[in-house]
Design a protein around this ligand. Structure first.
Ligand SMILES: [Zn+2]
Length: 172
């Protein structure tokens, strides 16, 4: 029997299944994954560079992102599906050239994935609902969270406070 034959303890498995079954986030948004066809439809208006970042996990060049210097009050949502990702109140100037935030709009809206590309160990962040690539999160952010969410501008759409954020989900 190898390590891989081991079944997880029943309690753990139940907890994992329960987590997967969550379809509405604490802040009230639909977290069910969107279909590939909807994702393709949503990606049709993107440039080749934007597709490379969002769908193929690329990184845009520093200081080129249009949201790096955005100081307006509002919400940054997923470019593809509209899931709210960050509030302007969590934005800070990290000096990195990429828009940076110390905490997400709702922790359940972003998925962390270990990224071993380019000889580095980093944590990639993706949209929980459409799996679009957002950027990376690092542990050198400001207190109290200590987190630095480093975002690609093209992965997000900005909405002023009070402005409705269209949700792009599959029809029920
Ligand atoms: Zn999304």
């Amino acid at each position: 029997m190898s390590l891989f034959d081991k079944k997880p303890a029943a309690g753990k498995q139940d907890a994992a299944e329960a987590a997967n079954a969550v379809t509405v986030s604490p802040s009230g948004y639909d977290l069910r994954p969107i279909s590939d066809s909807l994702k393709q439809t949503r990606a049709e208006g993107l440039t080749a560079e934007e597709r490379r970042v969002l769908l193929e996990h690329g990184t845009e060049r520093a200081f080129c992102g249009h949201f790096n210097d955005n100081k307006k009050d509002g919400v940054y949502a997923c470019r593809l599906c509209g899931l709210p990702l960050f509030r302007s109140t969590a934005k800070f100037d990290s000096g990195t050239g990429w828009p940076s935030f110390f905490e997400p709009f709702d922790a359940s809206h972003v998925r962390n994935i270990s990224d071993y590309s380019y000889g580095m160990i980093r944590t990639e962040i993706r949209c929980r609902r459409c799996d679009g690539h957002l950027g990376h999160v690092f542990n050198d952010g400001p207190k109290p969270s200590g987190q630095r969410y480093c975002l690609n501008s093209v992965s997000m759409a900005f909405f002023d406070n009070g402005q409705p954020i269209p949700q792009h989900v599959d029809a029920a």
